[in-house]
Ligand binder design. Structure first.
Ligand SMILES: Cc1ncc(COP(=O)(O)O)c(CNc2co[nH]c2=O)c1O
Length: 408
């Protein structure tokens, strides 16, 4: 497996030649949003310059071209996820909307008082709050899989929490706050043994590793375009076909209907369009397809391997800093390094390190319950992508040491 040609990768990202406060940008906030290659940027220019038109049902050339490009992305996503049928791919605004779609369509139609939904302590708020809102309305019970001191899910506790009352397990594939990679295929097997479904939040997995929804045997799988070198405002919900076909629509409007009448019941479009009401983010969906093509061109396995080297190097370097505690020490980790430093508040580190050109994320990372369990309300988080370099890791560590000295 030849290593990633990082110099060639960086050529694709105009933003990486930016300066920040007179220093070269070192962008290490990729778990929040990744940067965008020229191929994706150009897709917007090309669409709006050459074939901007509303999709489906239009009987003119521009509409046909826009529809072909839009639906072509559905096939690209199908192949990217290893799904059987492109109709199982629903375009959403992102992971948050994908999870809300499952909660408000499948959840509202299938959950009742006395049922149980299992989420985990590792979850992002977008895989906690939709279930809390629905539980308050319907009266099912929300249970939480604990994490151990390394930030790994307690699989023994998971087995104990599963019961015949469990209707859905909703967990992330990779934690955005700690980087923990969860054994979702095994968790799916155990959930199915109990007759429960599993939704996997893949927002932090799809940027770093090959995801195969068939191998996982996921009932639902969600991810966001802006975390895989694509645009904001577009994401994907993958669903098991028979589930999507049985689920009621969750938003009403154009595109999602077959016939609308005041004299007889309105009928709905087949999947996937049943779940895609209104004019979609056409350019974003087309650009998402280009982002996936870019990833496939570089090789997701090469990207993951390179990020693993960056993470290992950064972890080794920061461990030498006295008073620094890494949160998330599971052996199975993706490219996220979360830490706190005695005597230096995370937000202060984030602000000062920005002055040195380094962009990291500080705060609760939409994982407040998790951070509370570790006794903190914020961490510093450096997260890596295909275009980061070992030199950037060195710059980050030197800047971190300088900032900590200033703050202490
Ligand atoms: C695991 C996980 N799930 C869901 C979401 C929501 O994705 P969205 O709908 O595209 O916003 C995020 C975004 N995580 C982060 C967004 O900013 N910093 C983060 O760590 C995430 O990391």
């Amino acid at each position: 497996q030849p290593a990633l040609d990082v110099a060639a990768v960086r050529q694709d990202f105009p933003i990486l030649s930016r300066q920040v406060h007179g220093k070269p940008l070192v962008y290490l906030d990729n778990a929040a949003t990744s940067q965008t290659p020229r191929q994706v940027i150009d897709a917007f220019d090309d669409y709006y310059s050459r074939y901007n038109a509303n999709i489906h049902r239009g009987l003119h050339t521009l509409s046909d071209e826009a529809t072909a490009a839009f639906e072509g992305t559905r096939e690209t996503v199908r192949a990217f996820l290893g799904a059987a049928d492109a109709r199982q791919i629903i375009f959403t605004r992102g992971t948050t909307e994908a999870i809300n779609l499952v909660a408000n369509s499948w959840g509202r139609a299938n959950l009742k008082a006395g049922d149980e939904v299992l989420i985990s302590m590792l979850e992002h708020h977008s895989n906690i709050v939709p279930w809390q809102l629905l539980a308050a309305e319907i009266g099912f019970t929300l249970k939480v899989i604990p994490v151990d001191e390394r930030g790994a899910l307690d699989q023994q506790a998971y087995r104990a929490l599963l019961s015949e009352r469990t209707r859905l397990v909703a967990v992330n594939h990779v934690s955005n706050a700690l980087g923990t990679v969860n054994p979702v295929a095994e968790m799916a097997r155990l959930a199915h043994e109990q007759g429960a479904l599993i939704l996997v939040d893949g927002a932090q997995a799809t940027p770093h590793q090959r995801v195969n929804v068939d191998a996982i045997d996921a009932d639902f799988y969600a991810f966001s375009g802006h975390k895989i070198y694509g645009p904001t405002g577009v994401g994907v919900l993958y669903g098991r076909r028979e589930l999507l076909e049985a689920m009621p629509p969750w938003q009403g409007g154009g595109e999602m209907i077959k016939t609308v009448s005041f004299d007889s019941p309105t009928t709905f479009a087949a999947i996937p369009h049943k779940f895609e009401a209104g004019t979609p983010a056409i350019a974003e969906v087309i650009a998402l397809g280009k982002a996936i093509e870019w990833i496939e061109g570089v090789g997701i396995e090469k990207i993951g391997a390179w990020e693993g080297e960056l993470l290992a190097h950064a972890t080794q370097e920061v461990q030498a800093i006295d008073g620094l505690r890494i949160l998330g020490t599971s052996p199975e980790k993706a490219a996220v390094l979360s830490f706190v430093v005695d005597g230096a508040h995370s937000q202060d580190i984030g602000l000062l390190i920005d002055q040195l050109g380094v962009a990291i994320r500080t705060g609760h990372h939409c994982a407040q319950p998790l951070l509370a369990q570790f006794g903190v309300d914020a961490t510093c988080r450096a997260s890596f992508a295909a275009y980061n370099t070992l030199e950037e890791v060195e710059t980050f560590v030197a800047a971190l040491q300088r900032v900590i000295t200033m703050l202490r």
